[in-house]
Design a protein around this ligand. Sequence first.
Ligand code: SOE
Length: 385
Amino acid sequence: MSQKKQLNIALIGTGFMGRTHSNGYNRIPNFFPDLQYQPVLKTVCSRNEEKANAFARQWGYEKAETDWKKVIADDSIDAVDICTPNDMHAEIAIAAAEKGKMILCEKPLARTLAESKKMVDAIEIAGVANTVWYNYRRLPAVTLAKQIIDSGKLGRIFHYRANFLQDWTINANLPQGGAGLWRMDADVAGSGVTGDLLSHCIDTAIWLNGSIKNVTAMTETFVKERMHQLTGKVEKVKIDDACAFLCRFENGSLGLFESTRYARGHKALYTFEINGENASIRWDLHDLNRLEYFENSDDSQLRGWRSIHVTDGEQPYMDKWWVPGLGIGYEHSFVHQVADFLQSLENGKPCSPTFREAYETQAVCEAVLNSAAAGAWEIVNLASK
Ligand code: SOE
């Protein structure tokens, strides 16, 4: 411990993501013992004092706080981790950057491209280390897909296809807004499935297959009015419950994306498939340690989809865990993101996706929503208003 550099973390927000990130920090000393930096859980912040105290006890934070501005003002804090609902991301990130803090921000970067732009400007002016928690990149099978694509094995890419399907909002009596349901309130979340789920698919797609040039989209809000938990009134639902879009990538390939919270039977079915001239790759979150690969040059008698169980120590991240054959889970993607962030502090390289990279994902989301509203193709415009 004495040789380690301490990185004092303040977590703002104690929901589901607060737990995934905290678990990530806590696993580092055991599984990534060689890193120079050691996360120290200093402060957790929630508006609700009881919640903050209970969270601090459960996850090992030294202190609980109810005012995020006090957290930012605390000189002992090195890095601020933003896990609040989306409407708070920009204000907190900009204030933290102005105080010179490193920032780890939950996805999506913000509600809109304009908000995201202000955040990118703030961190770039401050020159602080930053990353956005698009965690699925860091599942070993997804990272292996990246390595295979970068090696050129697929050849020219023709198609990129992704889905993120859930079913938790089908019940028309489910209220919107407030604790636990802010994702259904467009004023807080910015959008529905586009920002919440498709942003994951877009982040992975840009990482694996490069920039998206233009999009044509459709969205639907199946339940038009819901009780708002905060106002107690029945209000118009402004989020997209479902969204599908087509796109063209800069490399000439075609993209097809779909997301919904109305796919009965699917809780978190994130899948992608990439078809190249020589080979194809596909992946499914429900079987997250497996990558499927089809190689056209295989002996024609034996050719078929290879089912690669990504658990070998020579495959990404797996030397850190158990022994070959034994898989890991969803939570490990967050441990890996913490490890990569700490590593980036060691080697001085940015921890991808940075705010600037997540800004590109936001630009695609914005183009998708604009296209659906206009019923027309939209160019992905990286210049915000
Ligand atoms: C929504 O249900 C949600 O929790 C998203 O907010 C997460 O980003 C996604 O990974 C799982 O689903």
